[in-house]
Structures are given as structure tokens and as C-alpha cells.
Design a binder for this molecule. Structure first.
Ligand SMILES: Cc1cc2nc3c(=O)[nH]c(=O)nc-3n(C[C@H](O)[C@H](O)[C@H](O)COP(=O)(O)O)c2cc1C
Length: 173
């Protein structure tokens, strides 16, 4: 393997950066809510857990997002951790806004948090803080409720996003 020296002042070409960022694998979530009777949401691979006390998670949203200005108005937001069979669902949730929820079984809380019924884990959240971060905004979310398989139940495997494609983890023997 050729070792490229890490030199400073190198041109951080966005395309090369995107490829480098894509080497880091991540899970994918659906962020969704009911806003004025309409289902609004998007897929996000930037999700991560942040804090237990207070319970916080975060994701980052592109400042070009047309959906976020609507989504952020919801009282509560649902987060669903997608399973490895959700590759097409994930693409749908990132695609045409008028068809993002077509054929999906979803549930909404009274506060408007929307989650996918067959997600691996589901969170009821609300916006805690938004932090400007370059061409994205880091959205910190406070957790209000969580649903996931009970101890002893075999959980499904998560959808893994890696180098612009979807994969899965192999179940430990
Ligand atoms: C696997 C995957 C991961 C994504 N992760 C993010 C993300 O973390 N943040 C983000 O702003 N958009 C992400 N997107 C894009 C959004 O789902 C959506 O397509 C984008 O926000 C444009 O739609 P909008 O203008 O309706 O927001 C991702 C898309 C895919 C397919």
C-alpha cells in the first residue's frame, strides 16, 4: 500500500473530501414528523448519540435542505434507526418529497413525532439546540421516549452506509 504523506495546505477538494468522509461507515436514520397534517422527513447518516444526562442525540442537516425548515417547526421529531432491509426505503426518504412515505407503515405521537413501524429503534425527540457548522447545521435533539427490542429478543441488523453504498453487519456467531 502506498503511504501518502499528510502535508498541510493541501487542496481539500470537496469531491476528495466526500470520498474520504465516506470511508467512515455509519448507520442511517429517518428523521420525520407530522407538520400541519403532512408527513415530512429525510434520511440522515450523520446521526450519533451524544449524552445520557440529559439524554441527547444529534444529526447534521445541509443548509440547502428544503425539508428542514418545515421539519424544525414540529413540536417533536421521530428518529428511526433503519434496518439492513431498508436500503430502498432510505433512498425513498432522500428522494422526491411528495413520495417519501409512500407504502411505509408509520406511527405518529400526539406531538407529531413520526417513526417507521419496522425500525430497529425509535426515538421521540425535540430540538434542543441548533449549531451552525459550515454548510451544515448540527441539530441536537433531546430524547423523550425510546422503543427498541426488549433484552433477550434478537434485534435486527442495522443498515450501514459506506462509500455511497449500503451494507450490513454480519451477525456475531
Ligand atoms: C444514505 C443517506 C444519508 C443521508 N444523510 C444526510 C445527512 O446526514 N444530512 C443531510 O442533510 N442529508 C442527508 N441525506 C440527504 C437527505 O436525505 C435529503 O435527500 C436531502 O436533505 C435533500 O432533501 P430536502 O431538500 O428535502 O432536505 C442523506 C441521504 C442518503 C441517501
Amino acid at each position: 500500500m502506498t503511504v501518502t504523506p499528510l502535508t498541510t495546505n493541501q487542496d481539500l477538494d470537496p469531491q476528495r473530501l466526500r470520498e474520504a468522509f465516506g470511508i467512515f461507515p455509519s448507520g442511517v436514520v429517518a428523521v420525520a414528523a407530522e407538520v400541519e397534517g403532512r408527513l415530512v422527513g429525510l434520511a440522515a447518516s450523520s446521526f450519533t448519540s451524544v449524552s445520557l444526562d440529559p439524554p441527547l442525540v444529534q444529526f447534521s442537516v445541509a443548509n440547502t435542505s428544503k425539508t428542514w425548515p418545515d421539519l424544525r417547526r414540529a413540536d417533536h421529531l421521530g428518529i428511526t434507526i433503519l434496518a439492513d432491509h431498508h436500503g430502498a426505503v432510505c433512498r425513498q426518504l432522500a428522494g422526491d418529497v411528495d413520495h417519501r412515505f409512500d407504502g411505509l407503515d408509520v406511527s405518529a405521537t400526539a406531538d407529531g413525532a413520526v417513526t417507521l413501524d419496522d425500525g430497529l429503534a425509535r426515538f421521540d425527540t425535540s430540538v434542543y439546540r441548533e449549531v451552525e457548522a459550515g454548510d451544515h447545521t448540527i441539530v441536537l435533539l433531546r430524547l423523550h421516549a425510546v422503543a427498541h427490542p426488549a433484552a433477550g429478543e434478537v434485534p435486527g441488523l442495522p443498515l450501514v452506509f459506506h462509500r455511497s453504498g449500503f451494507g450490513s453487519l454480519s451477525r456475531p456467531a
